[in-house]
Design a protein around this ligand. Structure first.
Ligand code: ATP
Ligand code: MG
Length: 199
């Protein structure tokens, strides 16, 4: 392939990594806004197979979180639910994901999209300098997270979290609008977050 053809086929892809337990309107607004403002061809909801930092509670089965992410992006142009971190399964360093992406999908030009809470830890990430060399990084503000990391991308501020949504389900409060209809249905069908087996 010539370098001109390579350039033409390059795809600018935003990576919004997370647990998505469950995906919610906060994730989607960030993804939509990043795609439009940064001129990205796609934004992937990059579902973590085995999240490192969520050891204090039982994380929902990866396949169920992926199914919810797929339901969340239905009808949203350019948004993709990605299982790229499911192979191999297990915990993943961001730098390893980026290196694998560059190797397997050389046409992808990645931009990491981070909420301010996630961005606060970047300096301590495994091989953080390599992460910065492999991808552009965009930081968005997040209400109430107390992070002082400056945002590089303005997004509508929504004080919504998966933690808050799980608590709402547990106490029988509605999550419509906070989660897309397909996600609400899956949570109910799978019996997630209700304190029963699926929680
Ligand atoms: P939990 O409460 O379980 O930690 P969460 O709502 O923080 O869930 P994650 O899957 O942990 O969701 O977040 C994935 C990414 O999305 C992170 O970079 C996070 O900062 C960002 N993010 C999540 N919710 C928002 C929001 N309301 N506004 C801006 N960024 C957000
Ligand atoms: Mg979080």
């Amino acid at each position: 392939m010539t370098s001109t053809m390579m350039r033409m086929s390059q795809r600018r892809v935003g990576l919004l990594g997370g647990t998505f337990d469950p995906p919610h309107i906060g994730h989607l607004v960030v993804a939509v806004e990043a795609r439009a403002t940064l001129n990205l061809d796609e934004v992937w909801l990059l579902v973590a197979h085995t999240p490192w930092q969520k050891t204090g509670r039982g994380v929902t089965d990866a396949e169920h979180r992926l199914a919810m992410a797929r339901a969340a992006v239905v009808g949203l142009d350019g948004l993709v639910a990605s299982d790229f971190e499911f192979d191999p399964p297990g915990p993943t360093y961001t730098v390893d994901t980026l290196e694998r992406l560059v190797r397997l999908r050389p046409e992808v030009m990645p931009t990491l999209i981070l909420g301010a809470d996630a961005a606060a830890g970047v300096g301590t990430w495994h091989r953080s300098a390599d992460v910065a060399a492999l991808a552009e990084i965009a930081v968005v503000d997040r209400p109430g997270c107390g992070s002082t990391t400056p945002a590089t991308l303005a997004v509508p501020q929504l004080d919504v979290s998966s933690t808050g949504i799980r608590a709402r389900v547990q106490t029988g409060r509605p999550i419509d609008v906070l989660c897309p209809p397909g996600v609400v249905s899956l949570i109910s069908e799978l019996g997630l977050y209700d304190g029963g087996d699926g929680s």
